[in-house]
Design a protein around this ligand. Structure first.
Ligand code: NI
Length: 177
């Protein structure tokens, strides 16, 4: 496995979208290797999610996991999951605002409104159809990664850029300790 280079804001790959994969492609060696490398890269940089476009691959793959993460110490656990070709559908119109960061926008935090509850359909790491509901922080991470696969970053979703903060200032003035 390898730790991959993460594209930063300004790299066109973050704005170009991603193509879907067939189940056959998912189980083939190159994609299995990419998924393993994405998980390793996410762990290395303490991310809670990583989209393939962030490692310069315009493919509809995202990995996510929240488990005692030092970048998000107060957040509930989300099991390691792989979402290929994800489709999301809000289950209610209500939105919640909370802080987000992104490995492609290093050392920044901002408040982002997201749907509180989602239905998610995707393929898993073995190319099988999965269909589940997600809420709260789990739903937030999925929306963040889904956006990456469609050429968006969390800054595009902020309703008020005045909350944008560098990480040190966020920790000093805004984080819930
Ligand atoms: Ni991100």
């Amino acid at each position: 496995m390898s730790i991959l280079k993460v594209a930063r804001l300004g790299h066109p790959v973050l704005r170009g979208g991603a193509r879907p994969l067939t189940p056959k492609e998912v189980v083939a060696a190159p994609i299995q290797r990419l998924i393993a490398d994405m998980v390793e890269t996410m762990h290395e940089y303490n991310g809670v999610g990583l989209a393939a476009v962030q490692v310069h691959q315009p493919l509809q793959i995202a990995v996510l996991e929240v488990a005692d993460n030092p970048r998000y110490p107060e957040k509930p656990a989300v099991p390691l999951s792989v979402l290929v070709n994800p489709r999301i559908e809000p289950l209610a119109q209500s939105m919640e605002e909370d802080w987000e960061g992104c490995l492609s926008v290093p050392d920044m935090r901002g408040r982002v409104p997201r749907y509180a509850q989602l239905r998610v359909r995707a393929l898993d790491h073995e190319g099988r159809e999965i269909d589940f509901t997600a809420s709260g922080f789990h739903a937030r991470v999925i929306q963040h990664e889904f956006d990456h696969l469609n050429g968006k970053v969390y800054l595009d979703r902020m309703s008020d850029l005045s909350t944008l903060a560098h990480l040190q200032e966020y920790i000093r003035y805004w984080s819930e300790k």
